[in-house]
Design a protein around this ligand. Sequence first.
Ligand SMILES: [Zn+2]
Length: 55
Amino acid sequence: MTNLCPECEAELRLPTNAMENELIACPDCGSELEILSLNPIEIALAPQVEEDWGE
Ligand SMILES: [Zn+2]
């Protein structure tokens, strides 16, 4: 399964056991991506969560 990173358009290879709602990282730009759907494959940038726990 292949798809393009919505951020940099690098070709992504999804793990064969990829699941919907799984988060993956683009190997090219490092963006966090979320698998919205597997059939058809839909990938979107994952919402940026800013950790602000002050640790
Ligand atoms: Zn990318």
